[in-house]
Ligand binder design. Structure first.
Ligand SMILES: Nc1ncnc2c1ncn2[C@@H]1O[C@H](COP(=O)(O)OP(=O)(O)OP(=O)(O)O)[C@@H](O)[C@H]1O
Length: 578
């Protein structure tokens, strides 16, 4: 396990410093106890000579001073190592997250990341800061006393030595039980966390559905599961715990009997016998914590494995042909097939289309037909299963992530804002933008009227995820951000869907004007045909396949799906006008 730990946190020096300091602490403690031997020996002698105790007393003072100094030194060193390890793991997880495909961030994975960053990283830190020091002192002190006992009387010493293999065997048994029960406990704990979050998040749905009071059923089930798991863990641990106590008490009984026998037969004096028995008690006492500590080692091992699972999640593959750069910003999908998971039915099958630079391609199709998937693949949230996506002739898999993101501005259906001011959320796209540029982007996205309305204007805090803004306001911030980025390719997934019809019309108009101005390439998804009317090409998807594609006149002439949509829209508009 130490090897596993050092692979994740290669600060050997810090770990060995902590272990060495606590080993020294254990040694001074053991030596202090060992000092009792000559002291008791003298005190229990028929005619004690107290003056002879002076060197031992001085030795005791030195050892106490050393013990005190080591404690003062060891405490901050172990805390520093613990903090450094926790932080190193958290930073490594944080850094690794930035290399993962966005498709990895499922709700389940997000919950795991939150848990491993707080719980498992802290557990690993706790191992170095508390558990390992406890184990080291719990071994060094008895080891020192064992050597002392062996010197004093080899027979009692051998009895104590016999504890080691027995205790080790029982600890390994307890470790196996702890590993198994810890795994179950961990799963039930994760389930309970998930259900609690679900209960909190689903309050509006539960209340709307009239389940406000009984809505916690799933959480209560998870609580019951956890309760049962705790009981099962407790039951499973009873036998190895009792066995461990027996292993520790057996040598005490045997040593008492042996010492008594030796005293009665004059082999050792009463003073020697009493001292030996005291040493046996002092030898056993620290060992009593080892069994639980070994259980702690097993759960640290599980925590490290969970951290490693995240750190070994495959990052986006590095460019296969580095040094490739896009020559222009047209988008080409070439026989793209993609499935979200191995074995899942493909969300896209053999999709091909070309969106020349500076033009707008509109994606249409029924719900679930694969429109959003197309935009996610262009942004390389996932890699295509087969086929290729090219920007300016370059396969996006050959572009460094930064270069690809520099080329793209994205507005997706689910807008997530950082818990910061509106201004900082917009500026995120281009922190060095001038105030005029920020204001122009805000005006184009119709965000300026929101800013005027809010008492703190640009400095309004949006809350976590943008929760303090309405859906439409969030979408405007996201649009302004995308416009400010001034990227040559813009991906818009229902970008104006949360706006009222008038604002949707104005925003759509502004987007097209800006696109024409900057000759951006735009891929837009919208359900309302009026939002799409100005697009240069249309790609209609159905069940993940391209059902038809072409310009508006071509598709109207073909009298297919788009023509049907267009006719319905025209009739509706005429009806409304009439
Ligand atoms: N993260 C995901 N994991 C697994 N399958 C997914 C995921 N996202 C989408 N899908 C599946 O892929 C298919 C295409 O979904 P997609 O979101 O691209 O459709 P869409 O045309 O954008 O739908 P809508 O108009 O409702 O937004 C659907 O069958 C959907 O269930």
């Amino acid at each position: 396990m130490i090897r596993h730990l050092l692979a994740l946190w290669p600060d050997r020096a810090a770990l060995y410093r902590v272990l060495a300091l606590f080993a020294a602490l254990g040694l001074t403690e053991g030596l202090l106890f060992a000092l009792l031997v000559p002291v008791l020996h003298e005190l229990l002698a028929p005619e004690p000579r107290l003056a002879d105790l002076t060197p031992w007393a001085l030795g005791g003072v030195v050892l106490i001073a050393a013990h005190w100094t080591l404690t003062v030194l060891a405490t901050p060193v172990s805390f520093a190592a613990s903090f450094s390890l926790t932080r190193a793991l958290q930073l490594r997880i944080g850094h690794h997250l930035t290399t993962l495909p966005l498709g990895w961030f499922t709700p389940d994975h997000k919950a795991r990341v939150a848990r491993e960053i707080s719980h498992s990283a802290a557990k690993a830190g706790g191992f170095v800061g508390q558990l390992a020091p406890r184990i080291v002192t719990a071994l060094t002190t008895p080891l020192t006393l064992l050597v002392t006992t062996l010197i004093l009387d080899w027979r009692i010493g051998v009895l104590l030595l016999a504890v080691a293999p027995l205790a080790w065997g029982v600890m390994r048994w307890y470790g196996r039980v702890a590993r198994r029960t810890d795994h179950v406990l961990d799963t039930t704990e994760a389930e309970l966390t998930g259900r609690t979050i679900e209960l909190a998040q689903a309050q509006p749905v539960l209340r709307a559905a009239g389940h406000a009071r009984d809505g916690g059923v799933r959480m209560r089930q998870a609580l019951d599961q956890q309760h049962h798991a705790y009981h099962a863990a407790l039951r499973a641990s009873i036998a190895p715990r009792l066995a461990y106590v027996a292993v520790l008490l057996a040598p005490l009984a045997a040593a008492t009997a042996t010492a008594t026998w030796l005293m009665r037969h004059g082999e050792i004096t009463i003073a020697e016998g009493t001292t030996l028995l005291l040493l046996v008690v002092l030898f056993i006492e620290p060992l009593s914590v080892l069994n639980d500590a070994y259980g702690g080692v097993q759960s640290t091992r599980i925590a490290l494995t969970r951290v490693t699972d995240i750190l070994t999640a495959p990052p986006l593959p590095a460019p296969r042909r580095p040094g490739v750069h896009p020559a222009g910003h047209d988008i080409h999908l070439d026989n793209v097939t993609f499935a979200y998971h191995d074995g899942a039915p493909p969300a896209l099958r053999d999709v091909s289309f070309h969106c020349p630079a500076g033009t707008t391609a509109a994606l249409l199709g029924p719900s679930g037909s694969g429109k959003t998937t197309v935009t996610r693949l262009i942004a390389r949230f996932h890699d295509v299963t087969t086929g290729a996506i090219r920007i300016g002739g370059a396969d996006i898999r050959n572009l460094p992530t930064d270069e690809l993101t520099d080329h793209l501005a994205i507005v997706f259906q689910d807008v997530y804002l950082l818990d910061d001011t509106i201004e900082n959320n917009v500026r995120l796209a281009r922190p060095d933008a001038t105030p005029d540029e920020v204001h122009a982007a805000a005006a184009a996205a119709r965000l300026d009227e929101v800013i005027y309305r809010l008492p703190d204007g640009w400095h309004t805090q949006v809350g976590e995820g943008g929760a303090r803004l309405s859906g439409g306001e969030r979408q405007r911030v996201s649009l302004a951000r995308a416009l400010l980025k001034n990227a040559p390719i813009v991906l818009l997934d229902e970008a104006a869907a949360s706006l009222d019809p008038e604002n949707e019309r104005l925003v759509t108009h502004a987007l097209h004007a800006l696109a024409a101005d900057r000759s951006s390439t735009i891929v837009v998804i919208a359900h309302r045909i009026e939002t799409l009317a100005k697009a240069d090409h249309f790609v209609v998807l159905d069940h993940g396949r391209v059902a038809e594609s072409g310009t508006l006149p071509e598709l109207l002439a073909a009298d297919g799906r788009l023509a049907a949509l267009w006719t319905r829209h025209a009739e509706a508009t005429e009806g409304a006008d009439g």
